[in-house]
Design a protein around this ligand. Sequence first.
Ligand code: MSP
Length: 510
Amino acid sequence: MASKDIFYITTPIYYVNDVPHIGHAYTTVAADVVARYQRLLGREVFFLTGTDEHGMKIEKTADQRGMTPQELVDEVVERFQHLWKVLNISHDDFIRTTEERHSRAVTAFFQKVQENGGIYLGTYEDWYCIPCETFWTANQLENGNCPECGRPAEKVKEKSYFFRMSHYREQLLAHIEEHPEFIQPASKRNEILSFIKEELRDLSISRTSFSWGIPVPGDEKHVIYVWFDALINYLTAAGYPDDQQRFSRLWPADIHLIGKDILRFHAVYWPTFLFAAGLPLPCKVFAHGWWTVEGEKMSKSRGNVVDPVVIADEYGVDPFRYFLLREVPFGLDGDFSRSAMKGRLNSDLANDLGNLFSRSISMIGKYRQGKIPLPDPTDQRYADFSILAAEIFAEVSVGMEDLAFSKVLQSIWKLVVKGNKFIDQQAPWALAKDDAKAKDLDQVLYCIAELLRLLAAYLLPFMPERSGEMIRQLGLTREHYSQGEDIFSWGKMPSGTLTERGPSLFPRLD
Ligand code: MSP
């Protein structure tokens, strides 16, 4: 982790040739959870997302739709911005590569690399896949098709500026070997290592056959390669090149979150560009897996592309966020199905968490007029909970550091399971019948309320809206959750707080 005081996390910037789907929602929700968690710990956070608006793919799509590229990107960007509102994404900045601040940064960066001898003019003669915006050699093609997406590649022969990527091979290998945390998960690091060990060729970074992009400074016939352009967004938003003071507070980024298909761009191209510009590398690049839908690859031609707005509407925003991070260990591939989504909602959320919450609040209402009683901290049950809380905190801290969201949620669910079991064992309804057990009942109800307070804290990053509702029903405010790490320790529920029963947190879907 960087020693800077601001925690900087990014998502990829999404292509706006097409509307957003569940894959886009996935990375962005994951980044949002990390950003919210860091803020809860009291850290200043800069969370960046945005859109990748240049390149041949966008130009072609606009052409097919009878629009200018600018009209296309202006239309589609709104779909992304709307989705992030719906999903409650707390980004601090939204960057579009067509913004003036970005072309300034790309131009300056290009010139810097050029000054450092990293760029030369040559001729590119090989293959290009437009949907992937990727160059391939004839050997890499599979039956003339792109090895990545299987679609036909096109032959290109044109003058092109090249980036001397081969020159940075040793430096990159050394960096990856010295920083095991740089590329994650580890299986992906190994893939990248074997890729670099084979050969690292210089990279074509300009095109002359279309015009939708940022011109090469001093040679305007050339448009800068869309990936060279796009990766620099992470610097632009941090203030590069004009605002040195801001830039040095933000850069290097702590985490670039990406999908596995774009790892090579982030773990090979990007670090070598940064070496060439004399800038530090991001601390961590984490590649997550891909979603299939009902067991099949998602694609327009199959007509099975999942619109996150529809899912959020059917199942609720927070259950959808929970599902995305709970269902599949981060880093592995997973499958989205309506039955799995509904299963998580009905069992984990409605049965386990929702029931625990509503029966607890209703007992506090019934037996103590809604008022949180005074605990006895010397009581064994209180002490046991305090040990459990410390254990969970340790597990969650490690899990969040590793971006092991599914594991983190399983740890949090230990509290849910424990809560339900505790209520069954202690049977507050029996204690309530015996006046001599009043202190005992106070103790039990306090422990339950405190458990709920803790749960709301842990779930705030994952389900911000539903946790907000838990906090409200507990009679607390967000103020109580702004004490940094302290909110995760046992015993912070103020006695005397007045709880207020509200609607069920997660109604069952039948
Ligand atoms: N514009 C580039 C990124 C530039 S970053 C400097 C790009 N855009 S994209 O819109 O095509 O894809 C963005 C992200 O969506 C990638 O991280 C990709 O992995 C992710 N996904 C696309 N389909 C996906 C699934 N089916 N499942 C999970 N994530 C997927 O690439």
